[in-house]
Design a protein around this ligand. Structure first.
Ligand SMILES: *Cc1c(COP(=O)(O)O)cnc(C)c1O
Length: 367
């Protein structure tokens, strides 16, 4: 039984007719950018998140970069985030001209250790950028309090958290703005690249809308420096077809996670911790496992796909070496990166597949 880490085809099959006919309409009209599909998605996904404004953009990295620029954050400014995330989080800060400043994570959730943030605030700090990694939201209340005490903006990296909640509030509704990715394998994924910004601040929304389109709100008149960060109609067709199923699919992922948790209990591994105030949407189901590399090979030999998200912390990446990061800076991050392993997780995953994965892991630790 071949069990992939993610199965995008299974999600496509029931939506095929709707997606193809939506695409046909776009091709017939040749209205390819910022048309009715993008506009409808902007309204619907902003509403889904509980934000006042939604702006479709080209990808998640662009979403974060545009938000920073729209807030006027740039050269000389510092933005506090985590080292344990996908590179794009820090890259967006650098691309906006600002400096990423890292804090460590909490070991059980792999999320930003909010208690470490205040010590990193300097007169140059402009924003805090929490990452709702794997599909679980950061402890937002204390973070928002710190931000308001110091007059800082909060930007949610919600690229893995479409529909996740914290105390009943969805990702994208609590910060000053949030960036989402519609990369094809995210819980809400396009058939290519896509991204989204939510905010309830009209000024951030207005500027973000301009920056994604070369700083313009009237064709060929450019008031801000922007870039080409538009979302295209074809991707919006796919996203509109998938959005009505997002909540059900997230629920299925949650159900699968509970089954994994039960079947993997009593093994020498740590299953994901879901904090009581959160609804984790399991973009990734990540265990912490001793002898992780051997386990990964073992599962591969049994045709079970896994992933490591992410093997190298950002402060130790070559592209970020000018920030002066060194081994030992973030002990929790550096410890878990050798133990984390993402197991197969997608809405259509069968109970039988989950049992197979769990029993293969069980056999590994017996051997
Ligand atoms: C996917 C992702 C991004 C970047 O999104 P792209 O659409 O690939 O540019 C940023 N941050 C996190 C945490 C992500 O998972």
């Amino acid at each position: 039984m071949n069990i992939p880490l993610a199965d995008l085809h299974a999600q496509y099959v029931p939506l095929k007719d709707e997606i193809i006919s939506g695409m046909e309409k776009v091709f017939d009209s040749m209205h390819l950018f910022l048309g009715e599909n993008v506009q409808a998605l902007e309204k619907d996904f902003a509403q889904f998140c509980g934000a006042q404004f939604g702006i479709g953009v080209s990808d998640g990295t662009a979403a974060l970069q545009i938000i920073l620029r729209a807030m006027g954050i740039g050269p000389g400014d510092e933005v506090i985030t985590v080292s344990h995330t996908f590179i794009a989080t820090a890259e967006a800060i650098v691309l906006a001209g600002a400096i990423p400043v890292f804090v460590d994570i909490v070991g059980d959730t792999c999320l930003m250790d909010v208690n470490q943030v205040e010590a990193k605030i300097t007169p140059r700090t402009k924003a805090i950028l929490p990452v709702h990694l794997y599909g679980q939201m950061v402890d937002m209340d204390p973070l928002l309090q710190i931000a308001s005490r110091h007059g800082l903006k909060v930007i949610e990296d919600a690229c893995q958290a479409h529909g996740a909640t914290y105390k009943g509030h969805r990702a994208g509704s609590l910060g000053d703005a949030a960036g989402f990715s519609f990369y094809y394998s995210k819980n809400l994924g396009a058939f290519g690249e896509g991204g989204f910004i939510t905010t309830s601040d009209p000024e951030i929304a207005r500027k973000a809308r301009m920056i994604r389109d070369h700083g313009s709100d009237r064709r060929y008149y450019h008031d801000l420096i922007g870039f080409n960060g538009r979302l295209d109609e074809i991707q919006a067709v796919v996203l509109r077809a998938k959005l009505p199923h997002l909540t059900d699919n997230n629920e299925l992922r949650r159900k699968h996670s509970r089954m994994y948790n039960e079947l993997l209990a009593s093994l020498p591994i740590v299953t994901p911790t879901e904090r009581p105030e959160n609804q984790h949407i399991y973009h990734l189901y990540v265990i912490q496992a001793p002898r992780r590399d051997e386990l990964q090979v073992w599962l591969k030999e049994r045709e079970i796909g896994t992933g490591i998200h992410y093997p190298v912390p950002i402060h130790l990446q070559n592209s970020m070496s000018n920030l002066g990061g060194k081994k030992g800076d973030f002990p929790v991050t550096e410890k878990i990166v050798d133990q984390i392993l993402s197991l197969p997780m997608y809405a259509e995953l069968s109970d039988e597949a989950i049992r197979t994965v769990a029993s293969s892991i069980r056999e590994f630790y017996k051997s």
